[in-house]
Ligand binder design. Structure first.
Ligand code: NAP
Length: 283
């Protein structure tokens, strides 16, 4: 038995939904505005369908509209770009996301370049990524934003702390590093070419793991008392879910750790709905 704090993203998201989001939605509704999110879903990827259901469920609890617009895997890129243009012009729609992955014949970059930044509730467009790097208020990428929210809401300060991010993807590693920097943390970004990863980890107060390798980080790599945020999500051969951290060994040494499932995943969905409300408030 350890005294390690389990940072439940599920509980934090539920608490913030009731105390922060629902009142904001009610204020908008009093003004005749109901926030609306459109999710573009192409093809029948089973994981995507499950992620979309989670988003619809959370939106419903919040009292906002979430519509999923479904397209056959063979749909043309032109048709998807036209649909986004239509959404850009529709004043009743406050946010749009395109569920990834997309079929190979549809360019993710072209899709992102077509979404108007004010409706980009995933925070992936070059404009919004640029604002995030400048530390300006913007619609921030959902997983990084959710990670920072869960660290703060679970009582951990970022300012002055040594934060190590493992992974440098455009959707998690780089933006979460920049958000932590904006919170005045001292940030180290590690990746597949990093030499002596453990030397970087030794000095860390907070470790954010986004490598996409099941149970990559083990307990003996974690300094005693560190906060560990596990971004990864994988299905093991026995059907159970696991993260990028070996939970059983990590929980013995960490001061706090986010579980998988029930950690970063619900915080990502929370941030998406929060961004949709923010977009409705701004527009
Ligand atoms: P990604 O694009 O595959 O990036 C993985 C990163 O890990 C890369 O930067 C890579 O370095 C680095 N890496 C790979 N092997 C490494 C090693 N041995 N040592 C150190 N770094 C290494 O993955 P991602 O999109 O960021 O996602 C990461 C994980 O988070 C995945 O499991 C994904 O499913 C999960 N995820 C979860 C959520 C959620 O809401 N819960 C959201 C997004 C992603 P290089 O750049 O050098 O190749």
């Amino acid at each position: 038995m350890t005294n390690t704090q389990i940072i439940s993203g599920k509980d934090i998201a539920t608490h913030l939904l009731e105390t922060k989001l629902v009142p904001r939605v009610n204020t908008l509704k009093e003004k005749g505005i109901t926030p609306k999110l459109v999710v573009i879903l192409v093809g029948d990827h089973p994981a995507s369908a499950s992620y979309v259901r989670q988003k619809e469920k959370f939106a419903d609890k919040c009292g906002i509209i979430a519509e999923t617009w479904r397209y056959e895997a063979e749909v043309t890129e032109k048709k998807i770009l036209e649909e986004i243009e239509r959404i850009n012009k529709d004043k009743e729609i406050h946010g749009v996301i395109v569920q990834l992955p997309l079929p190979d014949h549809i360019s993710i970059q072209k899709v992102l370049n077509t979404i108007h930044p004010s409706k980009d509730v995933d925070g992936f467009t070059p404009n919004n990524i640029g604002e995030l790097f400048l530390g300006e208020p913007t619609l921030q990428c959902c997983t990084p934003k959710g990670i920072i929210t869960m660290i703060k809401e679970s009582g951990h300060e970022l300012s002055g702390k040594n934060v190590t991010v493992i992974g440098r993807s455009n959707i998690v590693g780089k933006p979460v590093a920049m958000l932590a920097l904006n919170e005045s943390a001292t940030v180290t970004i590690c990746h597949s070419r990093t030499k002596n990863l453990n030397e970087h980890l030794e000095k860390s107060d907070i470790i954010i793991v986004a490598v996409g390798i099941p149970e990559f980080l083990k307990g003996d790599q974690i300094p005693a008392g560190a906060v560990v945020i596990d971004v990864g999500i994988h299905r093991k051969d026995d059907g159970k879910l696991c993260g990028d951290v070996e939970f059983e060994s990590a929980v013995e040494v960490a001061g706090a750790i986010s579980p998988v499932p029930g950690g970063v995943g619900p915080m990502t969905v929370y941030s998406l709905i929060e961004n949709t409300i923010e977009s409705a408030e701004r527009n």
